[in-house]
Design a protein around this ligand. Structure first.
Ligand code: FPP
Length: 241
């Protein structure tokens, strides 16, 4: 297939559930955090690959609202890893045209991490080559609950009329208000669950499941999944032409 054809069928927005770090480490007799650190290197590789593959929006599920149930050492290690990722990647992200956004509830995160996140969002705001969204303390149900509370508040204060609420109104109150819906959601590691990720936004997304564990997931694996997406026909509830 020619590069031109690949571009034509490339999904604009790809969201990834990066699963399998723990198993990858355990199989090597290593602590789970070793898997997360290797996973962070794959994040870098996949982000770098997006512009050449024609992906304009990439959303990564980094930490869910349910992940707090993990052992405190793992949670602390992951938070330290996010901290390190932001500080070590800022310059490259700015220079390579990546705009970074974070979705999820920030109120439960360490204020120092939140201030790094806010700064990275501000520093990369002018960029437009790739829109990278990192879901951190994100859960789709939690997002819908927070959006509903803010909508109810807008109704109470007279800024929003109940009769005016439609799908677009709800989209506008979600964390992803500025983003298009994902066209393709990928989950690594062989699990075939959605795990509370972008439930509203993925209503018409295609799903791709791969047995590859996230720390083994290469840019070539990513490219192959994008090619198989190109062969699918999306009908959005209509009948095939
Ligand atoms: C799920 O695998 C993965 C996570 C909960 C963490 C994902 C985080 C990273 C890839 C680290 C870097 C991220 C960024 C954005 C810098 P799991 O631990 O549940 O794997 P398992 O199912 O094999 O236990």
């Amino acid at each position: 297939m020619a590069a031109k054809d690949i571009q034509q069928v490339t999904p604009e927005h790809v969201a990834i559930i990066m699963d399998g770090n723990g198993r990858w480490a355990t199989r090597r007799g290593m602590p789970r955090l070793y898997g997360h650190r290797s996973g962070a290197r794959r994040v870098r590789e996949v982000v770098r690959a997006c512009p050449d593959l024609g992906v304009r929006y990439l959303t990564l599920y980094a930490f869910s609202t349910e992940n707090w149930k993990r052992a405190p050492t793992e949670v602390e290690g992951l938070m330290a890893l996010f901290h390190r990722y932001i500080t070590s990647e800022t310059t490259e992200l700015i220079d390579s045209g990546v705009r970074v956004r974070f979705i999820g509830d920030r109120t439960k995160l360490d204020p120092k991490l939140v201030s790094l996140m806010t700064q990275l969002e501000a520093d990369t705001k002018p960029n437009d080559l790739l829109h990278l969204t990192i879901a951190l303390n994100y859960g789709a149900r939690d997002e819908i609950v927070r959006a509903s509370a803010r909508m109810a508040e807008a109704v109470r204060s007279g800024c929003l009329l109940p009769d005016d609420i439609d799908g677009d109104t709800i989209c506008g109150y979600l964390d992803t208000a500025d983003l298009p819906d994902p066209d393709l959601v990928i989950r690594t590691s062989g699990e075939t669950r959605v795990s509370n990720f972008l439930l509203w936004q993925s209503a018409y997304a295609e799903y791709a499941f791969t047995p590859v564990l996230w720390p083994d997931f290469t840019a070539a694996d990513f490219g192959e999944i994008l090619l198989s997406y190109g062969a699918r026909e999306r009908r959005y509830g209509a009948v095939a032409q």
